[in-house]
Design a protein around this ligand. Structure first.
Ligand SMILES: *Cc1c(COP(=O)(O)O)cnc(C)c1O
Length: 222
């Protein structure tokens, strides 16, 4: 199957309310262009430097999604163009995004990453920490960020029951947290689901899937 075929098949299979982010990390610009020519506009990268290099040479109507763990000292390199930052998992990073957004005269859209997997290798906030963050005075003053929802990654296991439970947990957190009222908090997005588990994620309420290898083939590294 070609990238074009994969994109077309995937798009047809997704419900209307689910957005596809094509995860192009480690893949060459030519692969992204093929997906772009098939109509895909949202692409996900997990390394700042790689995203900047691709941004510079690719069409300017591409939406760039930062899906990886973000080091706050590198936010400045993507602040002028990034469309959505999925992996925010500390107040420190949020403050730095706010600062760089202000410098660029923008509001940067973010998702809070929640730790839903039992494995301890995954980054992310606990539910309680997010509740405290959203209720804090400090959060209300971050007027150059907008929290658009939550992001989560399920455990890398074959057990569908475990994956489904983790996605259910994220959806449940979303429903509770959306009652918070703050100008910079407008949750509409639940980013969950990758090549191996996006179908389960959609059944459990995902509104945004991040799919890489099912579109571009397996990666050689990373
Ligand atoms: C790599 C990656 C994906 C895509 O993974 P695939 O299994 O190739 O679809 C999705 N989300 C995040 C955060 C990733 O790092």
């Amino acid at each position: 199957m070609s990238i074009t075929n994969n994109i077309n098949t995937l798009i047809k299979s997704l419900p209307k309310n689910v957005k596809l982010v094509a995860v192009s990390k480690t893949k060459p610009v030519s692969d992204i262009l093929e997906a772009y020519n098939a109509g895909q506009r949202a692409f996900g990268e997990n390394k700042i430097q790689e995203m900047v290099q691709k941004f510079e040479v690719l069409p300017k109507d591409i939406e760039w999604h930062m899906i990886g763990h973000l080091q706050s000292n590198k936010v400045k390199y993507i602040a002028s163009f990034v469309h959505l930052i999925h992996g925010v998992d500390s107040l420190k990073t949020l403050k730095e995004i706010n600062k760089q957004a202000l410098k660029n005269n923008r509001i940067i859209n973010c998702l809070l990453q929640v730790k839903i997997a039992k494995e301890d290798t995954k980054f992310g906030f606990s539910f309680d920490t997010i509740e405290n963050l959203l209720s804090s005075e400090e959060f209300k003053y971050l007027s150059n960020i907008k929290i658009k929802g939550l992001m989560g990654m399920a455990s890398f296991v074959d057990n569908e029951t475990i994956i489904r439970e983790e996605f259910k947990t994220l959806k449940n957190y979303f429903n509770i947290l959306k009652k918070h009222d703050s100008a910079n908090f407008n949750p509409t997005i639940i980013s969950m689901g990758m090549s191996g588990d996006y179908k389960i994620a959609i059944e459990e309420g995902s509104t945004m899937v991040r799919v890489g290898s099912a579109i571009f083939g397996t990666r050689n590294y990373n």
